[in-house]
Write a protein that binds this ligand. Structure first.
Ligand code: DAH
Length: 339
């Protein structure tokens, strides 16, 4: 009996030494000390022993049980602490590691310029007006003193839907819509897309953006126009900016002018940004032609107005030093990220 117990004990010792997981420990505990465990079976068989042997064997069984319990407990603690160490190691947080950066989008440079212009004019009391990009010939040309066959139409060839419906070539068409529906005082701007059947190159695109301005009221003069454009230029291009009006011709304004701003890069000395000119052309403008007012039911004897049209791409290219207009439309993140 004693030898059998010794054998059980040494088997156990071997197994517990090799055990590595909590499951193995549990298996040993059940296998030796459980209801049907090996040591328990020995106790059950005690009845068959001679009475004088019982206490000796009982004593031995108890010693072995205590030994097993101690061993199981020690091993259990060891495995648990090894496991938690391992977990700590695995879940270790290196607070010195660089974080994972969230990529944040930004407004497209063209929209940045448009938003800046909108804010500026809203600050001066202008309202935003909208007009359709698919437009009647009448609004885009005829009502703006560009009747069929007018030579100036050639410079604004566009995409035709039908003979009388086209993609607008200028935001000036919005002037007509506004004046048809609203009587003076009128003070609006209208930013938007315009189209021309130009081939794509570094400075041309069949789709681009303009921002139209229109003010009609009693006693509006060219001085008001110049003052407004001066504020615009200073706010857009810097406080020291000067403007220069050059006589020009637009069929829907009289007189008409093209407006240059002094170069924001060199201040007028001449540099690469202004191509040595000292000035950069940014817009066309003029006093609304009396025939245009009349056509919209506004009496030119009572009211006068001024209008201007700003090229958004041109402004953005000069402002950000972009050399090729196509960059704006390619949506290359490496380009867009810079603004
Ligand atoms: N629509 C003109 C263009 O595309 C720009 C322009 C010139 C707009 C004079 C105006 C204006 O309102 O008064 O070239």
């Amino acid at each position: 009996m004693k030898e059998m117990l010794e054998k059980i004990r040494s088997d156990f010792a071997e197994k517990i030494a090799a055990a590595e997981t909590l499951a193995e420990i549990e298996e040993l505990r059940v296998g030796y000390l459980g209801k049907k465990g090996e040591l328990t079976s020995v106790l059950r068989g005690m009845g068959k022993l001679a009475p004088e042997e019982r206490p000796v064997v009982g004593q031995l069984v108890n010693t072995i049980r205590e030994y097993m319990e101690t061993e199981l407990g020690t091993k259990l603690t060891a495995i648990k602490s090894a496991e938690s160490l391992k977990r700590l190691e695995e879940e270790k947080l290196d607070v010195t590691m660089p974080g994972v950066k969230k990529e944040k989008g930004s407004f497209h440079p063209l929209n940045q310029v448009i938003d800046e212009m909108k804010n500026l004019f809203i600050g001066m009391g202008y309202e935003i007006a909208e007009g359709p990009e698919v437009e009647y010939d009448y609004y885009n040309f005829e009502a703006l003193n560009l009747p069929e066959g007018h030579p100036a139409r050639d410079t604004q060839d566009t995409f035709y839907i039908t003979e009388k419906i086209l993609l607008r070539t200028q935001t000036s068409s919005v002037q007509i819509h506004v004046m048809e529906h609203k009587k003076p005082p009128i003070k609006i701007i209208s930013p938007g897309k315009v189209y021309r059947s130009d081939s794509m190159d570094a400075t041309h695109s069949p789709v681009f953006h303009q921002l139209e301005g229109l003010v009609v009221d009693k006693g509006v003069t060219m001085g008001d126009l110049k003052g407004t454009l001066e504020i615009f230029a200073k706010k857009m291009f810097g406080e020291n900016t000067k403007i220069r009006l050059r006589p020009h011709h637009f069929p829907f304004t009289e007189p008409s002018a093209e407006v240059d701003v002094s170069c924001w890069s060199c201040g007028g000395e001449g540099c690469r940004v202004c191509k040595g000119e000292g000035w950069i052309e940014v817009l066309g403008c003029g006093m609304v032609h009396p025939d245009v007012l009349k056509r919209c039911g506004i009496d030119p004897e009572e009211y006068s107005g001024f209008a201007f049209g700003i090229g958004i791409e041109r402004t953005a290219m000069a402002r950000f030093g972009v050399k090729d207009i196509r960059n704006f439309y390619e949506n290359d993140v490496r380009f867009l990220k810079q603004f």
